[in-house]
Design a protein around this ligand. Structure first.
Ligand SMILES: *[C@@H]1O[C@H](CO)[C@@H](O)[C@H](O)[C@H]1NC(C)=O
Ligand SMILES: *[C@@H]1O[C@H](CO)[C@@H](O)[C@H](O)[C@H]1NC(C)=O
Ligand SMILES: *[C@@H]1O[C@H](CO)[C@@H](O)[C@H](O)[C@H]1NC(C)=O
Ligand SMILES: *[C@@H]1O[C@H](CO)[C@@H](O)[C@H](O)[C@H]1NC(C)=O
Ligand SMILES: *[C@@H]1O[C@H](CO)[C@@H](O)[C@H](O)[C@H]1NC(C)=O
Ligand SMILES: *[C@@H]1O[C@H](CO)[C@@H](O)[C@H](O)[C@H]1NC(C)=O
Ligand SMILES: *[C@@H]1O[C@H](CO)[C@@H](O)[C@H](O)[C@H]1NC(C)=O
Ligand SMILES: *[C@@H]1O[C@H](CO)[C@@H](O)[C@H](O)[C@H]1NC(C)=O
Ligand SMILES: *[C@@H]1O[C@H](CO)[C@@H](O)[C@H](O)[C@H]1NC(C)=O
Length: 339
């Protein structure tokens, strides 16, 4: 702890005439301290009425200033530094308040802060030269060992360490998507994200991926490592999937890419069909007699879509029948279907 004495100290009642006043010899600082750099070097004389800085060693606080008063040197003192208990308490969990402690504890003293309900102080605070020993508030309660597949309700500790009485200890089965292999106090462990398990499960092997995920196993132990989501709108249909190939589109969704031999990217909702674009491309319809007429498809023609799954019928001009250019006798289907 360092404190600077007042710089430029001057005695209020200095003689005006400048008659020389005895100076002070300053050869050493206070006990547990030293002289500052601004104190006079050889011959170490501090003129009357002036002051210089004294410093304290670590763990000491400076009290007073070094000043030469008409030949008498006033030395400051270095006093053992106290400790700020309220500051230290801010770092202690489950503490209630200062207890028997003053806010500022003197060096060499000890005191006992108060822990919260159901917590005991592990020891006292004691202060030595500005350093405070640490303490913590430990629970009265220790965890109840529950069987495999069970944990103590809401994870609270329930066994009183003082009299070993159990406070309404109820072991409850692990909830779904969790498991616990060992007898003991710990909480149930979570299945990997996307996996589920039955209530009261014991093992990681009891966790299995949801239908919209496929499982990935650790290479050496074959333990379930993670559940990888299937692409959008796809899922594993039967059993548990182990690769992307096991993901198939849900009913009503279209595979992208269409080709089954390529890896599934996404299952998209069906597009509606744009008849205008289709007719432009196919050149089937038109005003000439040999071209088809719009029929019930006219309802969709004005830039509208045929909704997926809906159909409509094209027509031939009155007095004409449908015929394929390549096959005069083949039956011709005039129905258009959007899928
Ligand atoms: C320094 O101070 C001592 C005693 O305080 C005095 O005897 C001596 O003359 C002083 N020396 C100087 C150079 O002022
Ligand atoms: C002790 O620390 C607290 C909190 O950090 C602060 O408010 C208080 O002023 C300090 N007290 C002393 C004597 O330094
Ligand atoms: C803690 O300090 C208190 C005084 O505040 C004292 O009575 C008690 O014996 C101390 N406890 C220990 C364990 O040192
Ligand atoms: C106080 O703590 C500091 C930092 O941990 C250390 O350097 C110093 O030696 C300690 N002082 C005492 C008196 O234990
Ligand atoms: C055990 O101690 C707790 C408080 O620490 C008390 O509430 C409980 O009644 C005690 N049980 C027995 C059986 O003494
Ligand atoms: C899928 O897994 C999550 C996370 O594990 C779980 O919360 C959810 O209930 C599961 N969904 C179904 C349908 O099982
Ligand atoms: C999958 O669906 C999510 C949310 O609906 C969307 O943000 C994401 O872009 C989709 N991914 C693909 C590849 O379509
Ligand atoms: C349908 O296709 C035509 C021709 O490609 C285009 O001009 C029109 O904007 C499309 N209609 C809609 C609603 O997208
Ligand atoms: C559509 O067919 C007619 C004859 O039936 C032809 O004249 C025209 O060029 C064709 N249009 C396109 C875009 O192929």
């Amino acid at each position: 702890v360092v404190a600077a004495a007042l710089a430029g100290w001057a005695l209020a009642a200095g003689p005006a005439g400048g008659a020389s006043m005895p100076s002070c010899s300053v050869t050493r600082g206070p006990e547990n301290g030293r002289l500052g750099a601004d104190c006079p070097q050889e011959p170490h004389n501090l003129s009357s009425g002036s002051s210089c800085q004294a410093l304290c060693d670590d763990g000491y606080d400076l009290q007073g200033v070094m000043v030469c008063d008409n030949g008498n040197l006033r030395l400051p003192v270095c006093i053992p530094a106290g400790c700020n208990v309220s500051e230290a308490l801010e770092l202690v969990d489950n503490v209630a308040d200062l207890g028997s402690c003053p806010e500022q504890l003197e060096s060499g003293e000890e005191c006992e802060p108060l822990c919260g309900p159901n917590y005991d102080a592990s020891g006292n605070f004691s202060c030595l030269l500005g350093n405070l020993t640490t303490m913590e508030c430990t629970s009265h309660w220790m965890p109840v060992p529950c069987p495999a597949g069970f944990e103590f309700e809401d994870g609270m500790d329930a066994l009183n360490v003082h009299n070993r009485s159990v406070a309404s200890a109820v072991c409850t089965p692990c909830p779904s998507a969790e498991y616990k292999p060992e007898v003991g106090p710990g909480p149930c462990k979570k299945c990997p994200a996307g996996a589920n398990s039955n209530i009261g499960s014991h093992f990681l092997a009891d966790c299995s991926c949801n239908a919209t995920f496929f499982a990935q196993f650790e290479a050496e132990t074959f333990a379930l490592e993670s559940c990888v989501p299937c692409p959008n709108n796809s899922q594993v249909v039967s059993g548990s999937g182990t690769s992307l190939e096991d993901c198939t589109c849900q009913t009503g969704f279209m595979r992208e890419p269409k080709d089954d031999s390529l890896s599934l990217l996404v299952c998209r909702p069906p597009y509606n069909c744009n008849l205008t674009a289709f007719f432009n491309y196919a050149n089937l319809t038109g005003p000439q007699q040999h071209q088809l007429k719009m029929g019930t498809c006219a309802a969709y023609e004005a830039g509208q879509f045929v909704p997926s799954g809906k159909n409509c019928h094209l027509l031939c001009d009155t007095g004409t029948g449908p015929q394929l250019g390549t096959d005069i006798f083949g039956a011709v289907d005039l129905e258009l279907m959007c899928e």
